[in-house]
Design a protein around this ligand. Structure first.
Ligand code: NAP
Length: 483
């Protein structure tokens, strides 16, 4: 990996403002999914080191919260600027450990940094209320105060943005964090910590615990009553475990979990917009995002043309190592991910799906998979109920609006949904009927620091980003004053 500043590549954990190796210098390998090569050996911490990180975070948080919001905002702004100044190196680290095309990685650095910039500003706008008192000789007020120290656990698919989306509202509010990144992508997390250190974020405010034993690290965070909030992005299954483990210490919870996004194309949609939006939503990060279209519902009148155009566009995609020019789809993160895609495609074929293009591993070998379009999909197939997390576009045919909405809602998940239509009344009717936290109309990309991100049902609890995101890290204190 060639970096302008090789000191961004850190392989020890970051606790209390210092770089920490594991006992007996235990390490785990981080591999490049594009080549299978080992890139680095990262410190393998466990439960005891997680507790040490919490020990450091507790006093640090009190001192940080005592500073003014404006003061915290100025330090965060410096962090943002240093990330942008080092954006190219951070993008190279991200692509090398995760596999997404470098253009997407650059986009993620800017997107990830935007949360720091946004919440640095939001820190200064946290306000309590003065309420009309129902009692003549009493006055009622509220304050908003930081929840304290929070635990964060993040996935591999957005190794920078899933961290900044949690850490920046938290530290803006005056909290401190102990964060465990995914074991596939610890290098981006450690590079972020290196830049935070340079920006002057005080010791103990951001602690990064790298390690293979996620259950032990997670349980230590959940069981410790000094951790007052857990924030997690990842699978629904692990989200449930963390919620269960946090019951004993009754923590505030934010859970950004799995999706099973419907994308509905109506007859009256502009076909160019629908194809561009579907390509963007389906193939971003090789289909490995929680908001990627997972079930594509297409109305009768436009179905054949849509299927033909989507097949052509999918066949034109360049697959390869994300560091190469022009590559639009990188490898799948690991063998487990690849096997899940293969299982879903085999199941769909066995139940009558027609392969319009792809349907197999890519000739590049490794974990590369062909951009795939399947027609004739039905609700009995695995892909209807579970996210595939791969570059497979499954097309389901429908006739009426009610039928599309019923199929879209027929899932335990409720994260993102997409619709393509030129009718304003249909746009509102269908958006309101969809049981999802986010609806994207006539565009395949909607995420930004300004819009609230989050799901309903088994897709989770809470919202990240936007003017609401900081509330997840604040408690409301009521003050009643007798006069
Ligand atoms: P995952 O297996 O749940 O892993 C996510 C994180 O949880 C990793 O850091 C992992 O550590 C850790 N973890 C695993 N088991 C744990 C346990 N028992 N206790 C505590 N932590 C544990 O999810 P994934 O497969 O990596 O990520 C993909 C999932 O994330 C998909 O379902 C996707 O939809 C979802 N996602 C949701 C959003 C959203 O905003 N809603 C955004 C992105 C992704 P290790 O890496 O060490 O195993």
């Amino acid at each position: 990996m060639k970096l302008n500043d090789p000191t961004l590549l850190r392989t020890d954990a970051y606790i209390n403002g210092a770089w920490a190796a594991a006992p007996q210098d235990r390490r785990f390998a981080v591999t490049n999914p594009a080549t299978g090569e080992t890139i680095a050996e990262v410190a393998d911490l466990g439960a005891a080191e997680t507790t040490a990180a919490i020990d450091a975070a507790v006093p640090a948080q009190k001192a940080w919260a005592a500073r003014t919001a404006k003061d915290r905002a100025m330090v965060m702004r410096k962090w943002y600027e240093l990330i942008m100044a080092n954006a190219e190196d951070l993008a190279v680290i991200l692509t090398t450990e995760m596999g997404k095309p470098i253009t997407e990685a650059r986009g993620e650095i800017a997107y990830g940094a935007s949360f720091i910039d946004w919440f640095a500003e939001e820190a200064r706008r946290v306000c309590g209320d003065v309420m009309e008192s129902p009692i003549p000789d009493k006055r009622f007020l509220t304050f908003k105060q930081p929840v304290g120290v929070f635990g964060a656990i993040t996935p591999w698919n957005f190794p920078i943005a899933m961290i900044t989306r949690k850490v920046s509202p938290g530290i803006a509010a005056g909290c401190a964090c102990v964060l465990k990144p995914a074991e596939q992508t610890p290098l981006s997390a450690l590079a972020l910590a290196e830049v935070a250190d340079r920006a002057g974020i005080p010791a103990g405010i951001i602690n990064i615990v790298t390690g293979m034993d996620a259950p032990a690290i997670g349980e230590t965070m959940c069981a410790d009553d000094r951790i007052r909030k857990m924030t997690f992005t990842g699978s629904t299954e692990v989200g449930r475990i963390l919620m269960r483990q946090s019951a004993g210490t009754l923590k505030k919870m934010s859970l950004e979990l799995g999706g099973n996004a419907p994308l509905i194309v109506f007859d009256d949609a502009d076909i160019d917009t629908a194809i561009a939006g579907t390509m963007a939503s389906k193939y971003r990060n090789a289909g490995q995002t929680c908001v990627c279209a997972n079930r594509i519902f297409v109305q009768d009148g436009i179905y054949d043309e849509f299927a033909r155009r989507l097949t052509e566009a999918s066949e034109a995609m360049k697959v390869g190592n994300g560091m190469e020019d022009g590559v639009e789809q990188g490898p799948i993160i690991d063998d487990q991910g690849l096997e899940k895609i293969e299982r879903h495609v085999a199941d769909a074929r066995a139940k009558g799906a027609e392969v319009l293009t792809g349907g197999d591993r890519h000739e590049l070998g490794g974990t590369y998979y062909q951009p795939t379009v399947l027609a004739n999909m039905s609700s009995e197939m695995m892909m209807f109920g579970e996210e595939t997390f791969g570059p497979v576009a499954g097309l389901f045919r429908f006739s009426t609006d009610d039928e599309a909405v019923a199929m879209a809602n027929d899932t335990e998940f409720g994260l993102a949904a997409y619709i393509f239509t030129d009718s304003t009344s249909r746009l509102f009717r269908v958006s309101e009927a969809l049981e999802y936290g986010m609806v994207s109309a006539n565009t395949g990309i909607f995420s930004s620091e300004v819009g609230p991100f989050g799901g309903v049902k088994s897709s989770g609890l809470g919202r990240e980003g936007s003017k609401y995101g900081i509330d997840e890290f604040l408690e409301i204190k009521f003050l009643c004053v007798g006069i």
